[in-house]
Design a binder for this molecule. Structure first.
Ligand code: GAP
Length: 433
């Protein structure tokens, strides 16, 4: 049943232009995905909702958009060059590579029975060359997390924004990991987007802010419609913690393939600023004018994945119900997330006046809302198409509309229909949206 649901989501995403496999015409590139015309809208809405919640609605947060390529010393200081690796074994016969921890028999290949090599570390960072010469000195990495871009800009942001502790920096951007066992659609991929916050605090306050960020981030998912029973928090045990973390909690979602991490909130202590200070030789301490002390701030880091959040919103909103002997599929997405807010149809596409009125309504509403016009099928089919991609309202222009200057507005969730004055549509949607 669970995998059945995943199959339905994957198929819907392809059919309706939400998510495609990367370079599909060449057979696809494993674990890399493209967001189609509706997927890009959904993903943008997820990012917009996050930015509004963590930057625009707070006084203690600012944004950043750091480059993907960074000075290679960054990754020495962060520990990624030495610690960001999985233990791997290779099959000498079929050349397949496996994570050592996934194998029950460490000697024999589970695919072809061939002999396996000894386990050795395999770094997950993608390497490339900076500049035209392919030499060791020019090696740079595609960042495996956006966080480091914030740490290395700590002084720049502090000096230019004049912020005082506690304050935070938010960033959304691409990250890359050469994952050994990617999978479950967009859940674990090799190229993905992160939404990360680095919140700088006095070390004495770290625990308090760690706890409040866990609550705030948990509520963000609920406020955007995730069902309470599908969301939980899980505190890491001491032996699970990353090398930099004092404590960490995951927000997990009940995906069709089981409870899995959506976002992690970590208390990273003063590890990062200390390391970058040591490796760069630059002073990254904060001068606290309340206490007249200089110290390395502690960092609380809520770090989420855009693709994982988008997948959770898709899965959670997927709905099937029997209506008049047919299965009606709809995405009951939150109004802020729905890719399209309004669709406008003429009841009969061979009546020029209906078509013209519907097109005029759509072009006027487009100025304020994401709105589409469609007349490429019969009305029942048009409704079904919009339901499947979560469009909130459908407007139908019928013969009566030409006389009474009213149209039928249908609500996606209740399927209730109302007659609304064409002139009052903008105000109506303004109130609803
Ligand atoms: N800066 C901390 C950090 O990167 P992480 O737990 O490795 O921590 C944070 O990643 C979030 O990024 C995860 O909770 C997940 O949402 C997302 N993420 C990590 N690896 C991913 C992958 N391979 N594919 C998709 N999303 C991923």
């Amino acid at each position: 049943m669970a995998n059945d649901l995943m199959d339905k989501i994957v198929s819907l995403c392809k059919r309706r232009g939400l998510i495609f496999q990367s370079s599909e015409i060449y057979g696809g590139l494993g674990s890399v995905w493209d967001y189609g015309p509706l997927g890009v809208e959904l993903k943008r809405n997820v990012k917009e909702a996050w930015w509004k919640s963590v930057v625009y609605s707070r006084d203690d947060m600012v944004g950043l958009d750091a480059a993907i390529l960074m000075h290679p010393k960054t990754w020495e200081a962060s520990g990624h060059l030495t610690s960001f690796a999985d233990l791997m074994v290779d099959c000498k016969k079929c050349k397949k590579r496996f994570k050592a921890e996934d194998l029950s028999d460490k000697k024999k290949c589970k695919e072809c029975g061939g002999e396996l090599t000894e386990a050795r570390p395999f770094n997950l960072m993608f390497e490339t060359y900076h500049g035209p010469v392919k030499e060791t000195a020019a090696v740079v990495y595609l960042r495996p997390e956006t966080a480091q871009g914030i740490f290395v800009n700590f002084s720049n942001i502090l000096d230019s924004s004049r912020k005082k502790l506690p304050f935070g920096v938010a960033q959304i951007g691409k990250s890359f990991r050469n994952e050994i066992t990617p999978g479950n659609f967009t859940f674990r991929t090799r190229e993905f987007e992160q939404m990360e916050i680095e919140y700088f605090v006095n070390p004495n306050d770290a625990d308090k802010y760690y706890k409040s960020w866990v609550e705030e981030r948990f509520d963000w998912y609920l406020n955007l419609g995730i069902k309470k029973e599908n969301l939980r928090k899980r505190e890491h045990k001491k032996d699970e913690l990353a090398h930099y973390a004092k404590s960490c909690s995951d927000i997990e979602y009940n995906f069709p393939f089981g409870w899995s991490e959506l976002e992690g909130i970590a208390n990273r202590s003063d590890f990062d600023l200390k390391q970058h200070s040591q490796f760069s030789g630059k002073e990254l301490k904060y001068f606290d004018d309340k206490t007249n002390e200089k110290y390395f701030p502690y960092i609380i880091e809520p770090s989420g994945g855009v693709d994982r959040a988008t997948l959770a919103f898709l899965v959670d909103s997927y709905n099937e119900e029997e209506v008049k002997g047919e299965t009606r599929v709809s995405l009951k997405l939150h109004k802020d997330l729905a890719p399209t807010k309004i669709a406008v149809f003429p009841l009969l596409k061979n009546r020029p006046q209906l078509v013209e009125t519907a097109k005029n309504i759509a072009s006027s509403l487009k100025k304020k809302f994401v709105c589409v016009y469609d007349d490429t099928a019969a009305i029942g089919k048009l409704y079904r198409r919009q339901d499947e991609v979560g469009t909130l309202f459908c407007i139908t222009v019928d013969v009566q509309s030409l006389e009474d200057k009213k149209v039928t507005v249908r609500d996606r969730d209740t399927m209730q229909q109302e007659r609304i004055d064409i002139e009052k549509l903008e105000e109506y949607f303004h109130n609803k949206l």
